[in-house]
Design a protein around this ligand. Structure first.
Ligand code: HEM
Length: 497
C-alpha cells in the first residue's frame, strides 16, 4: 500500500468511526429525550397555568404536545398519557415498573403511612393485602352475605323519598347518603359504631384534602412547614376514623354480642388474628379506609350522573323502566339476582362511566426505575397520569363521543366489560392496580339505581334545567346537585316500607 492509499484508507476509517459515533449519539440522545411539554416559569413550572379543571387542561395540552407529554409543577415532573397505545405500555408492557403510586402528603396521612392497598408500594405485602381484599373480603360469598346490610339502607332511603313524593328532592344527596350509609353498614355491621357520624361531611373533607394541590408535594423541601395546613387538617380527619375503628375493634375483641358479624371489620379481623396471617392491625385499618374512601364517593357520584343522564334522555329512562318491569315485575322488590338480567341498565351504567369516569385521571402511578414510554424517557418517580376522561371522549376512538347512547354497549359488545381489556374504555383502570372494588361497586350501583328507577318515575322540576357541568376533583362530581321530583310507580304503599 503506497502513502496516498494509506491516507485514503485512514480517512475512510476515520469517517466510518465518526459516523458510527454520530449515529449512536443521536440514538442515545433520542433514548434519553424527555417527552415534549409546555414551558413553565422558573421554579414554579406550569403551576400558575394549570387552572381548576386539570382534565381539561391536560386534554388541551395533549392536543398541542401529543399523547405523551410532560410538565413541571414546582420541583416535580408529571407525565400525562392520553392514547390507548401509550396507556398499553404503562399498564400492560411495563405494568410492574409502573405499579407504584404517588402518595402526596395528605394521602400519606390517611393511608396509615402507605399501609393500605391504594398507596402501598408494589411488593409481596401489597399482593397479600390485595388478595385478601379482592378474593375474600369482596369475594362473591362475602358480598352475598352482606347484601342484607345494603338492602336495609336502600329501603330506608326509598321510604324517605316516598315521604316526599310529588315534591322536588335532592336525589343526588339522598343517593350519596344511601351509598355512604351502605358502605358504613358493611364496614361496621348492624352495631354500627359509626351511627351519628357526619359521614357526608367527613368524606367530603377527606376528598377535598386528598385532591387539593399541595405546596408540600410540589416542593418537598417545604413539606415540614405544611404551608396550607392540609396535613394538619387531614390528621384531624384521620383521628376521627381511627377512633371509630378502635371502638369497633375493641367491641369485637371483647366479643360483645357479636353484632359485628357479617361486617367487613369482623371478617377481616378474623383473618388478621389467624396465626398464619401476616396482616398487621394497621394494614387491616388501612383496608377498611380504602373501602370507605374508594367505595363511597365514586359509587354515589356515578349514581347521580346516571340519573341525570336518564332525566335528560327520557327514551333511555323508558327503556330502563320497561326492562325493570319485565325482569323484576310490577309490585315486586328488586333483588340482586335480577341484576345480571338488566342488560339495558348495565349499558346505561357503562355509558355513564364512559362520559363521566369517577377518576378522570385514574390514580397516578410512579415508575420504580428510569424507563421509556412511546420512545420517550420517563424518569424514576415521575408522577404518571392517564387522562381516561380524554380517551373516553376521543372522536378518533368513539362514534359521536359526546352523545349519551347506552346502545353502543349493547349487541355483540361483550368486549366492553370493566376489566380494562379494551384500552379505550377503562373506568376502573387496568393492570395490577386496577380497582379491586369493582364487584361491590357494580352490585351497589346497579342495585341502588334499579331500586330508585323501579319504584319511582322521575322528572325535573318545572323551569329547572338538568345541567351536566363537572366539578373537577380526585372524583369528578356534578357541579350542581341533582334535584328531581319522584312519583311512586306503584299504588301499593306497603312496597315503600
Ligand atoms: C363506581 C365505583 C368505582 C369506580 C369508578 C372506581 C374506580 C377506580 C379506579 C379508576 C382505580 C384506579 C385504577 C388504576 O390505577 O388503574 C381504583 C382503585 C381502587 N379502588 Fe375503586 N372504584 C370504584 C369503587 C370502589 C369500591 C366500592 C372500592 C372498595 C370497596 C374500591 C377500592 C379501590 C381501591 C382499594 C383501589 C386501589 C387499588 C390499588 O392501588 O391496588 N373502589 N378504583
Amino acid at each position: 500500500m503506497d502513502g496516498s492509499m494509506l491516507a485514503q484508507f485512514s480517512a475512510a476509517l476515520l469517517a466510518s468511526v465518526a459516523w458510527i459515533f454520530f449515529i449512536s449519539w443521536v440514538a442515545g440522545r433520542r433514548r434519553r429525550r424527555l417527552p415534549p411539554g409546555p414551558r413553565g416559569l422558573p421554579l414554579l413550572g406550569y403551576l400558575p397555568f394549570l387552572g381548576a379543571d386539570l382534565h381539561l387542561t391536560f386534554a388541551e395540552l395533549g392536543r398541542r404536545h401529543g399523547p405523551i407529554f410532560k410538565l413541571w409543577l414546582g420541583k416535580k415532573m408529571y407525565v400525562v398519557l392520553s392514547s390507548p397505545e401509550a396507556v398499553k405500555e404503562v399498564v400492560r408492557d411495563k405494568d410492574t415498573i409502573f405499579a407504584n403510586r404517588d402518595a402526596g402528603a395528605a394521602a400519606h396521612v390517611i393511608s396509615y403511612g402507605k399501609n393500605d392497598i391504594a398507596f402501598k408500594d408494589y411488593g409481596p405485602e401489597w399482593r397479600e393485602m390485595r388478595k385478601i381484599f379482592a378474593h375474600r373480603m369482596l369475594g362473591n360469598a362475602a358480598l352475598d352475605a352482606s347484601f342484607g346490610l345494603r338492602r336495609g339502607v336502600v329501603e330506608r332511603s326509598v321510604k324517605e323519598v316516598y315521604g316526599q313524593a310529588g315534591r322536588p328532592v335532592r336525589i343526588g344527596c339522598i343517593g350519596q347518603l344511601t351509598v355512604i350509609n351502605s358502605m358504613a353498614r358493611m364496614i361496621w355491621g348492624e352495631a354500627n359504631d359509626a351511627e351519628g357520624t357526619d359521614w357526608e361531611g367527613l368524606m367530603g373533607e377527606l376528598m377535598v384534602l386528598v385532591g387539593a394541590p399541595n405546596v408540600s408535594d410540589f416542593f418537598p423541601a417545604l413539606a415540614w412547614l405544611d404551608l396550607q395546613g392540609i396535613v394538619g387538617k387531614m390528621k384531624r380527619v384521620f383521628l376521627q376514623f381511627e377512633g371509630l375503628f378502635e371502638a369497633a375493634i375493641d367491641r369485637i375483641r371483647r366479643g360483645s354480642n357479636g353484632e359485628g358479624n357479617g361486617s367487613f371489620l369482623h371478617f377481616i379481623m378474623e383473618i388478621g388474628e389467624d396465626a398464619s396471617s401476616s396482616l398487621t392491625m394497621t394494614q387491616i385499618k388501612g383496608m377498611l379506609l380504602d373501602t370507605a374512601v374508594g367505595g363511597t364517593d365514586t359509587t354515589s357520584t356515578i349514581f347521580e350522573w346516571a340519573l341525570s343522564e336518564l332525566l335528560l334522555h327520557p327514551q333511555a329512562m323508558k327503556l330502563v323502566q320497561h326492562e325493570l318491569t319485565e325482569v323484576v315485575g310490577l309490585n315486586h322488590h328488586v333483588a340482586e339476582s335480577h341484576l345480571p338480567k338488566l342488560k339495558y341498565l348495565h349499558a346505561v351504567v357503562k355509558e355513564t362511566l364512559r362520559l363521566h369516569p369517577a377518576f378522570p385521571l385514574l390514580i397516578p402511578r410512579r415508575p420504580s426505575q428510569d424507563t421509556e414510554v412511546g420512545g420517550f424517557r420517563v424518569p424514576k418517580g415521575a408522577t404518571t397520569f392517564v387522562n381516561v376522561w380524554a380517551i373516553h371522549r376521543d372522536p378518533a376512538l368513539w362514534d359521536r363521543p359526546l352523545e349519551f347512547r347506552p346502545e353502543r354497549f349493547l349487541d355483540g359488545a361483550t368486549k366492553w366489560d370493566f376489566s380494562g381489556r379494551d384500552l379505550k374504555y377503562r373506568p376502573f383502570g387496568s393492570g395490577r392496580r386496577t380497582c379491586p372494588g369493582l364487584p361491590l361497586a357494580e352490585r351497589a350501583l346497579m342495585y341502588t339505581l334499579a331500586v330508585f328507577l323501579h319504584f319511582f318515575n322521575w322528572e325535573a322540576p318545572k323551569g329547572v334545567e338538568i345541567g351536566l357541568e363537572e366539578k373537577f376533583g380526585i372524583v369528578m362530581k356534578k357541579k350542581e346537585p341533582l334535584v328531581a321530583i319522584p312519583t311512586p310507580r306503584f299504588s301499593n304503599a306497603e312496597l315503600y316500607g
